[in-house]
Design a protein around this ligand. Sequence first.
Ligand SMILES: NC(=O)c1ccc[n+]([C@@H]2O[C@H](COP(=O)([O-])OP(=O)(O)OC[C@H]3O[C@@H](n4cnc5c(N)ncnc54)[C@H](O)[C@@H]3O)[C@@H](O)[C@H]2O)c1
Length: 251
Amino acid sequence: MGLGYIGLPTAIVAADNGIEVTGVDINPQVVDTVSRGEIHIVEPGLTALCSRVIAKGTLKAQTIPAESDVYLIVVPTPFTGDHQPDISYVEAATRSVLPFLKEGDLYIIESTSPVGTTEKMAGLIFSERPELKDKLAIAYCPERVLPGNVMYELVHNDRVIGGLNPASTEKAVGFYRRFVKGALHETNTRTAEMCKLTENSSRDVQIAFANELSLICDKAGINVWELIELANKHPRVNILQPPWNRERSWY
Ligand SMILES: NC(=O)c1ccc[n+]([C@@H]2O[C@H](COP(=O)([O-])OP(=O)(O)OC[C@H]3O[C@@H](n4cnc5c(N)ncnc54)[C@H](O)[C@@H]3O)[C@@H](O)[C@H]2O)c1
């Protein structure tokens, strides 16, 4: 559910690993593009793989969900105007798969989400489909790829997988094992949700710190790269390097 920067590469990589994937997006232009074997995002190496899995028939794209054994929710989770997390897309995507869910299915949220979202969606699913209570596997598994290097990182990065219960975690681990070579670390939904927020916050603080240093150094006539290289000689200091230009990422 969601064929954007994260959902589309995930669908394509899964399809390339022999999983039959129905990629669903509410945007018909996205669906048309992917159905032609093309992509609407910029990601090196992805177009070739997309055309291959579309030609092979392991990936198809459509605007409405279909019955499946595994449902991956990879839709946007922006902020509202007052800085509150907006999980309405996650809820809408979850509601749209409700009619298709059956005993034994696996439902996973990948969207970056506030703590408690997976439990909330489980509550929604079981209130609408009470006969499925304790008969679904439900998990949260955040994505941590770097756009531009997604094809490598999607497969090789370690993943954190938090299930609503140990059986859900185990089932989700079995699913990701089919296309992820990195280690799969097991936990519960809340820890996995918080882990993603912690990773993003940590990166944010570290990048902001290096940016501030760069501004100060500019004013003081100091070469910031030399400064950081020297400061990083301290055994317990590890400051990020600001990129040389817009084309490069932080490292
Ligand atoms: N982009 C990144 O680098 C990155 C990295 C890690 C995590 N994330 C998280 O992953 C999630 C997805 O991010 P993204 O960058 O792929 O977003 P995106 O905007 O690129 O793609 C989301 C897609 O979901 C579709 N969509 C919206 N509602 C839908 C619905 N109800 N059913 C089906 N499709 C629907 C949209 O049309 C869009 O194409 C977010 O929570 C984001 O925070 C993003």
